[in-house]
Design a protein around this ligand. Structure first.
Ligand SMILES: Cc1cc2nc3c(=O)[nH]c(=O)nc-3n(C[C@H](O)[C@H](O)[C@H](O)COP(=O)(O)OP(=O)(O)OC[C@H]3O[C@@H](n4cnc5c(N)ncnc54)[C@H](O)[C@@H]3O)c2cc1C
Length: 501
């Protein structure tokens, strides 16, 4: 059916019976599009309903600059990664696009008094920080691990590791070496460790008070490094869009109700506009938590508790363009060492700048830098205007580098993911109340696995790869497969190989 005919039909349905589909997919991000493309492969008629004016959700490339307003890296450039495979198959990525770890680059740590701390100390701090991050991922999983917040975990580990270092220093002094021979400054190291916790926040996706360490490590890291898409994440979305059946955009789903042996889908424009035998609901966690869509009968206590226990993630990613770069190419990665006191005062006075962890130059886009903000501060950033963000960013850059001549960036680019009612978060993570089992509960079809009618998909439901684009894609594929199997359409494996994911 031609798209113009379809648009005409959808616009003129006021007096029509609901349009009937095998499957309605709510949300056109990577999970929804992957599900719909999979259904089409197996001749299952589906419709994707997307509330925004473009598909892709949190995968959004700014066309003129190629900057990624949302997701950027495929974490894990290996065959085991279904998104990586798909991108290679479609030619939007090639095997040479793998990037190496940029350990060659210097990390510059600046204090709030405009002093750069020496390289040995910053390297030592970074080393300890990375060790803590790695070890947190190996924390005993699920029920075996005592559930504490990542913040307590990080602070405890940092303290212990600094103590161990002090012990080594003491032993050296006893053996006749002087402390001044040590290759780091103890006070600066402590300052750096206190501040680097915000780096961990930017990595995890929020302040760490509520993130639960025992479930945190269940998100599996694939090998193969971090791989960017040369033409942006939107390039993979465009490929998927070619492979789906039907779609409507600018259409917000408000109600999903089971009656007369099918689901009736209401939109803002029209009650019961669509009818389907199965629904795959892929709206983000924040949207589910806000209950922007009424679901009848409700999801039930187990799923609702699992949803309430997860957190949608609060990060602001802000791109700044400098007409005249103040950094030397290759030396534009700056970590801001706020003191503990400054950070605490910042929380009290709602000064978002004290939660800016770092700023990084973008080698692929000269003159551009990206700044990360986490937690409550990110919520503030997403609610204020560009001018205020530019002012705040310039203020901290001048203060930390000690260079009052740094010019105000002349352009700013960002998407307010936390304020956008269609996302209400960045990428999800488990709280101290979550159990790993919750993800399996969220993936469990309703009303039962034998009768899969309503299925949740999205980055927030995948038990192994939650938070990632490839987790979102896999969740869509797996939920679509349950419906395909139920409908008896699953093709027998050919030569032992089923259709590639
Ligand atoms: C700043 C940022 C950086 C990130 N970096 C990375 C990264 O480097 N690597 C990585 O792997 N992941 C990253 N992520 C996470 C990644 O973007 C997500 O895991 C993934 O894109 C989620 O896909 P999804 O299909 O689950 O959800 P979404 O992409 O959010 O799709 C859900 C869709 O539902 C639609 N919708 C909402 N409400 C309704 C409604 N009522 N009716 C109809 N439609 C509705 C939304 O408009 C949206 O299009 C990042 C995310 C952000 C925000």
């Amino acid at each position: 059916m031609r798209l113009s005919t379809l648009v005409y039909m959808h616009k003129n349905m006021e007096k029509m019976e609901p349009l009937l589909y095998d499957v309605i997919v709510v949300g056109g991000g990577i999970s929804g599009l992957s599900a719909a493309a999979r259904l089409k492969q197996f001749h299952v008629k589906s419709l994707v309903i997307e509330a925004a004016s473009i598909m892709g959700g949190r995968m959004r490339t700014h066309q003129e600059t190629n900057l990624e307003l949302g997701a950027q890296w495929i974490h894990g450039g290996v065959n085991a990664n279904s998104l990586y495979n798909y991108a290679i198959q479609k030619g939007v990525l090639n095997k040479e696009n793998k990037i190496q770890e940029d350990s060659e680059k210097g990390i510059f740590f600046y204090t709030s008094t405009g002093r750069m701390i020496d390289l040995e100390t910053s390297q030592k701090a970074w080393e300890i920080h990375e060790r803590i991050v790695d070890e947190s991922e190996n924390y005993p999983k699920g029920g075996n691990g005592v559930q504490i917040s990542l913040k307590s975990y990080y602070e405890k580990q940092a303290k212990e590791k600094l103590k161990e270092l002090r012990q080594v220093a003491k032993n050296k002094t006893f053996s006749g070496e002087y402390e001044s021979d040590l290759d780091y400054d103890e006070e600066d190291l402590k300052l750096a460790m206190d501040a680097l916790i915000i780096q961990f926040e930017a990595y995890c996706g929020d302040t760490l008070d509520e993130a639960g360490v025992a479930v945190y490590g269940t998100s599996q890291e694939l090998p193969g490094g971090d791989v960017p898409f040369p033409s942006g994440t939107s390039s993979v979305i465009r490929e998927l869009e070619k492979e789906i059946d039907e779609r409507v955009m600018n259409t917000k789903v408000t109600r999903i109700e089971w009656k007369d042996d099918s689901y009736f889908i209401s939109t803002e424009e029209r009650p019961e506009a669509y009818r389907a035998k199965h629904v795959i609901l892929t709206v983000p966690l924040g949207v589910l938590q806000k209950k922007s869509i009424t679901i009848e009968p409700p999801l039930g206590v187990a799923k609702e508790t699992a949803i309430a226990n997860l957190r949608p993630g609060r990060i602001s990613k802000v791109f700044l363009h400098f007409n005249e770069p103040f950094w030397i190419p290759g030396e534009g990665d700056i970590i801001f060492l706020w003191t503990k006191k400054e950070m605490e005062q910042g929380v009290k006075s709602k000064d978002w700048t004290t939660r800016v962890s770092s700023i990084h130059e973008l080698e692929s886009c000269p003159n551009w830098m990206v700044m990360w903000v986490s937690g409550d501060a990110a919520v503030i950033v997403d609610s204020i205007d560009d001018e205020q963000v530019l002012k705040g960013a310039t203020r901290i850059l001048r203060r930390f580098t000690g260079d009052p001549g740094i010019s105000v960036p002349d352009k700013i680019l960002r998407h307010p993911w936390l304020a956008d009612p269609l996302t209400l978060g960045t990428w999800s993570y488990p709280s101290i109340h979550s159990k790993h089992q919750d993800y399996y509960e969220l993936m469990r079809a309703m009303p039962s696995p034998e009768n899969p009618r309503l299925l949740l998909a999205g980055e927030h439901v995948h038990p192994q790869y939650w938070s990632f684009m490839h987790g979102a894609r896999l969740s869509g594929l797996e939920q679509a497969d349950k419906i395909i199997k139920y409908m008896g359409k699953m093709k027998p494996k050919q030569n032992g190989i089923s259709a590639a994911k």
